[in-house]
Design a binder for this molecule. Structure first.
Ligand code: GLU
Length: 505
């Protein structure tokens, strides 16, 4: 069966990584079954609305490489006061079979229509208690040590006319029964109706609450599986009842466990990055982030120990049966490891392109075709040791700009005195000036022969040569580095090192 799933964030800020994990499960389920995954913006709480968040959400999906089969278009984004246009906007109305609009504030007429339907059919009623009156009722219940559960007979003005300001509340029926349903993760779930509030469905301002909107939209938009965080589980009986009142087929429910930090606490700022863009800016690549997030609570099962997945492999292997019922732990060490693995899988040219903005941020501008070509030559030599895109700048900056000549101590190797170091650097200069061709292997051969002639261990000599030509003690492999730097640059830097060492005598 083809699944149609949705991700339905409220536009209240950055996309939280725990939410993205749930979105990834929804997307994988849809794609595994050849179905659709779409985005719906749940902006019914206009007070919490943060301008620009819808656009950021769309950009997050773009960056992750998750294609949507439906979502809000740019007209709507503008109408949402963002003042932003979104170039990758999807069409309004129907998109790949999913009916829009995809922003709830553009669907108000639908919620109103279905709320009225519930009133007409005896599943909902009008009420007009003010927030102050409700607050008083809540306090009275608290004083009696009871949970505040609103019921029809508690209305202060029972005869509310349809033309005066009012809310519409659902009737929880039967009052003394239970509401039960199956959840793909939690199993059979059962709630005592006596504990379920007569929830407000339509507010005085004509906006629905989440509970009505989510049911109407999921039904009209043909959602087959509702995947969401398990903090929504207590709301589920309200939704299940609404489906039953409307006589609509229920979707399959899947309340996904939370993501925790390694300390067992709910994932928060304290644990590190929160939003997709923070991870991007810290040098993680989308291939790794998707792989990592998919494994937060899902495993292929059946003895399959695979940890490294491409997007296509995840789509092929994903199933709800593999989603566990205990909270997942967000382990940065594993993310770092996976990031390194996926970086090594990139073609060097692809990696080079991805490094450009990170290098620019670190002050290394790769802004000409010549510099791009240079970076592409360097990348194969640093790919192995790059775990995050932010690791590259210190490994490559000395190729793109001049270096500070190192202090004399850096030019005297382990177990060496100044005169020997000076002699060794002069001999190195001679080799560098004459070796033909000026390439990795011949350089290495000549330099190893020099070690022998001088009676030095390779580490002794290579340490000071590395320091002299790069100004650093950690670099890509030395001879590849020298070959890429080129004979002239190596000679200039060696001459300056020799002069520095000489002056230190
Ligand atoms: N708008 C809800 C949220 O912000 C969506 C919950 C759901 O997926 O049904 O989390």
């Amino acid at each position: 069966m083809k699944a149609r799933t949705r991700f339905a964030p409220s536009p209240t800020g950055e996309l939280h990584i725990g939410g993205v994990r749930t979105a990834i499960f929804s997307w994988l389920l849809a794609k595994h079954t050849g179905g659709e995954f779409y985005l719906r913006i749940e902006d019914t709480d206009q007070e919490r609305y943060v301008p620009g968040s819808t656009r950021r959400i769309l950009e997050s999906f773009d960056w992750l490489g998750i294609t949507l089969d439906g979502g809000p278009d740019h007209e709507e984004l503008r109408a949402m006061k963002t003042n932003e246009d979104y170039p990758g906007a999807l069409e309004d109305g129907e998109y790949k079979g999913v009916p829009g609009p995809f922003v709830q504030s553009h669907r108000l007429h639908l919620y109103k229509q279905w709320a009225e339907w519930l009133v007409e059919h005896g599943y909902a009623y009008r009420a007009n208690e003010t927030p102050e009156e409700l607050q008083r009722m809540r306090e009275e219940a608290q004083a009696r040590k009871q949970t505040f559960i609103f019921r029809e007979e508690m209305r202060l003005r029972p005869d509310v006319r349809p033309d005066e300001p009012h809310v519409i509340r659902m009737r929880v029926l039967p009052r003394d029964g239970r509401t039960e349903f199956d959840d793909l993760i939690k199993g059979r779930v059962s709630f005592d109706n006596a504990q379920v509030d007569d929830q407000v469905l339509l507010k005085m301002d004509g906006f629905p609450t989440y509970h009505l909107a989510v049911v109407v939209d999921d039904h009209l938009q043909g959602v087959t599986h509702v995947l969401r965080g398990d903090d929504w589980l207590p709301s589920a009986p309200k939704h299940v009842l609404l489906y039953r009142y409307f006589g609509w087929p229920e979707p399959q429910w899947a309340h996904v466990p939370n993501v925790l930090g390694t300390d067992g606490k709910k994932l928060s700022k304290r644990h590190g990055a929160q939003s997709v863009f923070e991870f991007r800016d810290q040098g993680y690549i989308p291939e790794a982030l998707i792989n990592f997030l998919a494994l937060l609570g899902w495993a292929p099962g059946g003895g399959d120990e695979q940890n490294v997945f491409t997007r296509e492999e995840l789509i092929a292997k994903f199933s709800m049966a593999g989603v566990g019922s205990s909270p997942a732990v967000f382990d940065y060490n594993k993310l770092d490891w996976l990031n390194g693995v996926h970086i090594r899988r990139l073609s060097p040219d692809d990696l080079a392109e991805r490094l450009v903005p990170f290098l620019a941020r670190a002050g290394v501008s790769v802004d000409t075709p010549e510099k791009r070509a240079l970076l592409r030559r360097i990348v194969p030599h640093i790919q192995e040791r790059t775990k995050k895109l932010t690791d590259a700048a210190p490994l490559v900056d000395f190729f793109f700009g001049d270096i500070q000549t190192p202090p004399a101590e850096m030019l005297i190797g382990p177990k060496m005195e100044q005169p020997l170091a000076l002699h060794a650097l002069r001999e190195t200069r001679r080799v560098v000036a004459s070796v033909e061709p000026f390439e990795d292997a011949p350089l290495e051969q000549a330099m190893r022969a020099l070690c022998e002639a001088l009676g030095l261990k390779p580490t002794q000599l290579f340490t000071i040569v590395r320091n002299a030509v790069t100004g650093k003690s950690v670099t890509p492999p030395l001879f590849a580095t020298m070959a890429i730097l080129g004979r002239e640059t190596c000679l200039t830097r060696l001459d300056r090192a020799i002069a520095r060492l000489q002056a230190s005598a």
